[in-house]
Design a protein around this ligand. Structure first.
Ligand SMILES: [Fe+2]
Length: 492
């Protein structure tokens, strides 16, 4: 059987609840892992582990949410109340010659050291770091700042997604640098290297957000993008841009730019008022689309506020709450950039959307098709992914939507639903990227209700029959992305 003819999946387990309520299971999924498990023995529930399957299925999972079984309305900030902000760990299933073993490993970071110094008691340690969207304890953050930033350890390991860069694998969030990993032993091995100097931009350039998901060409060229502020003219004046860049041989090169205009931070009053010129503010992007010849940036109406880098920096707020704001009435824009020369060929405004993940995009018969998981606003981040809503089983509404762009006049022909009935609670889309990224395709996978307890199954992707079903020897908590990498890559 070919390596690509299988699917590894962490799947919902409600039917295996043995009488436990959904809420009980969710509380387990958002609890705490007490110890590392290294090379742990798994239980083979059914089937057989294929001998041809060699590599590691690794995921960013959570190790600690804190006191989630206590009163969630308590003023004590003793648990992490958003999925993005847990104390991270690496969880993996390693496949070797018909055997599979399980790893749950906390990384050697300052955050973990501080948590252990408080005897793993979140009532005492509180949520002490600057979070993305979870409530934090500002006083504790101030008290522990030196411990958090002390060298030589990392404060934390970014734990959103995985990039393969050549034969190396790095953990990324939405920052410009990655954390190289020995994924087969779940160990951190230093930051990614960049031979370029801030991509050739002048000193003082700021990269404020970078989509978590790159695209990788067959020759291993990595394509990515970032929201960039380039200093121009007098102090405090920046050119607001989207930068499209590649990574080849550890060198990042700018291949295209979309310039929105200049922002003058001297107008920021420091009273919490956001930058008023919305047209010069970039829209949030967690991912983007790529076809054979074009990059498509689907920029949302969740706009970055440049005043945050000057007068409006608010340490008491999580990063996203301070930095991004949703605007119902502000169009989202699809930017289409030609890959061969980086030229912007179309800027297509459309009704405001929020998008996290793409399915795929491709060119066919004079049209570009861009298939996305779309939302009417940013509530999935700012509301639904908070534990209070997860525990209440508050539904979220995903639209699996296709944008059709006419390549003759570069207009948006239509926005249509690919899945009915719509909306439905879907996320974490995937395709067979190695074969079909940027090309016409037939099949994609999505997870329904992403917050439930999980185990691992191996599926034959042609028949969808279960090849094997295994259970780990310890908890694997909720978390974000996972990937399978073959044995010859990802050694640090
Ligand atoms: Fe993602």
């Amino acid at each position: 059987m070919h390596l690509l003819s299988f699917l590894l999946a962490l799947v919902c387990c409600l039917s295996c609840s043995h009488g436990r309520s959904e809420l009980d299971m969710l509380r387990v999924a958002f609890s705490n892992v007490e110890k590392d498990t290294i090379d742990g023995e798994v239980s083979l529930e059914s089937g057989e582990i294929p001998h041809w399957l060699n590599g590691t299925f690794i995921r960013h999972s959570c190790g600690v949410f804190g006191e989630t079984e206590s009163d969630l309305n308590s003023p004590l900030v003793n648990y992490v109340d958003h999925l993005f902000d847990c104390l991270e760990m690496g969880t993996s299933f390693k496949f070797e010659d018909g055997k599979v073993s399980f790893y749950n490993r906390y990384y050697d970071t300052n955050h973990v050291d501080i948590f252990n110094a408080y005897n793993q008691n979140r009532n005492e340690s509180k949520v002490f770091w600057k979070t993305i969207l979870a409530e934090l304890d500002v006083e504790q953050n101030t008290n522990l700042r030196e411990n958090i930033t002390a060298g030589p350890k990392e404060a934390m390991i970014d734990h959103v997604t995985w990039w393969r860069i050549g034969d190396r694998v790095a953990a990324y969030s939405e920052g410009a640098k990655g954390f190289l990993m020995d994924i087969h032993n779940v160990e951190y091995n230093g930051r990614t290297d960049n031979k370029d100097t801030i991509m050739g931009y002048p000193m003082g350039t700021m990269f404020v957000s970078n989509p978590a998901h790159p695209h990788i060409d067959p020759d291993d060229t990595v394509w990515s993008a970032c929201l960039t502020y380039v200093p121009v003219g007098p102090s405090g004046v920046y050119s607001s841009r989207y930068t499209i860049y590649t990574i080849v041989d550890e060198t990042r090169s700018v291949v295209g730019e979309i310039t929105l205009g200049e922002v003058d931070l001297s107008v920021c009053a420091g009273d919490g008022e956001s930058y008023l010129d919305l047209d010069h503010r970039q829209g949030y992007m967690h991912s983007f689309a790529m076809t054979e010849n074009y990059i498509i940036l689907p920029t949302s109406a969740y706009l970055y506020d440049p005043c945050v880098v000057s007068e409006n920096y608010r340490p008491e707020l999580p990063f996203f709450k301070a930095s991004f704001k949703w605007y119902d009435e502000h169009d989202s824009i699809l930017y289409v950039v030609r890959r061969s020369d980086g030229q912007l060929v179309a800027s297509i405004p459309t009704t405001a959307f929020f998008v996290i993940h793409q399915l795929n995009a491709y060119e066919q018969d004079g049209s570009i098709y861009v298939d996305t998981l779309l939302y009417a606003n940013a509530d999935l981040y700012t509301y639904n992914m908070h534990l209070e809503q997860i525990f209440e089983d508050i539904p979220y509404e995903t639209y699996v939507e296709r944008f059709t762009i006419d390549m003759e006049d570069w207009t948006l022909v239509s926005r249509t639903q690919l899945r009915n009935p719509a909306p439905a609670a879907l996320e974490m889309s995937n395709i067979n990227h190695e074969y079909y990224n940027g090309k016409p395709y037939e099949w994609a996978s999505m997870a329904e209700n992403i917050f439930e307890k999980r185990f691992l199954i191996i599926l034959d992707a042609r028949s969808m029959e279960v090849i094997a079903h295994v259970t780990a020897p310890d908890l694997a908590l909720a978390g974000l992305h996972n990937n399978f990498f073959p044995a010859h890559v990802g050694h640090g």
